[in-house]
Design a protein around this ligand. Structure first.
Ligand code: VGL
Length: 208
């Protein structure tokens, strides 16, 4: 069994360290759990949002967020976040340096794309980021997923990996935080219904 741990977008932009961006409650506190799950794995992968400040989906205040867009590759409005060169782009404190990961995926660099999952650059899931292919090349059979946020990028990444039918996918909730309680709960139900294993504590992973 070859295990990969994926740290999905564990960036300051999704934490109270960046209140003007998308501050997920406790988003800055998951580093110890991400490090624990990585200790169970053969490979550790990092994904990072890397968005231009002037993307087509950007609005200038939080109250204009979550408006539906009729665009094939940007479904909702968001405030600018995870802009390379800003504090929000950086990973949360307590994680390894980017160069200490085995593989890194940057996503959302194009101004008219806002993907959530780390496997495809587009919402249509046509343009691979190469993550699935990289995992296959390492003969990975089991993937432990943690990161930010449970209800968006963690959920979509886990569902994309599960959909391949090639991996056992475990979402470790101890190493995740969600944007909103309601979408986190519905997201967990969706992942469970898709056959993804969901653990509340990192120690539980050992039983799979
Ligand atoms: C995310 C909302 C908007 C995430 C990214 O990483 O979960 N959520 N952009």
């Amino acid at each position: 069994m070859t295990i990969a741990a994926i740290d999905v977008d564990p960036q300051r932009t999704f934490s109270p360290l960046c209140p003007e961006e998308l501050p997920v409650p406790e988003g800055d506190l998951i580093a110890p759990a991400l490090n624990e799950q990585a200790a169970l794995a053969d490979y550790r992968v990092l994904t990072k949002d890397a968005h231009p400040a002037s993307a087509i989906w950007v609005v200038d205040s939080h109250d204009k967020m979550l408006q539906p867009l009729s665009h094939p590759n940007a479904d909702l409005t968001w405030v600018a976040h995870a802009v390379p060169g800003t504090l929000g782009f950086q990973t949360i404190p307590g994680l390894p340096a980017v160069t200490d990961y085995d593989h890194v995926i940057w996503k959302g660099i194009e101004p008219d794309l806002h993907p959530y999952g780390a496997c495809y650059h587009d919402l249509q899931e046509k343009l691979s980021t190469g993550l699935i292919e990289w995992l296959e090349s390492k003969q990975v059979s089991t993937i432990i997923v943690g990161g930010l946020a449970t209800d968006y990028c963690v959920k979509t990444t886990a569902l994309q990996l599960q959909k391949t039918g090639k991996f056992t996918v475990i979402v470790n909730l101890a190493a995740c935080r969600g944007i909103a309680a309601e979408t986190t709960e519905s997201g967990c139900n969706e992942m469970h219904d898709a056959g993804i294993l969901i653990t509340q504590q990192t120690e539980e992973i050992c039983q799979y």
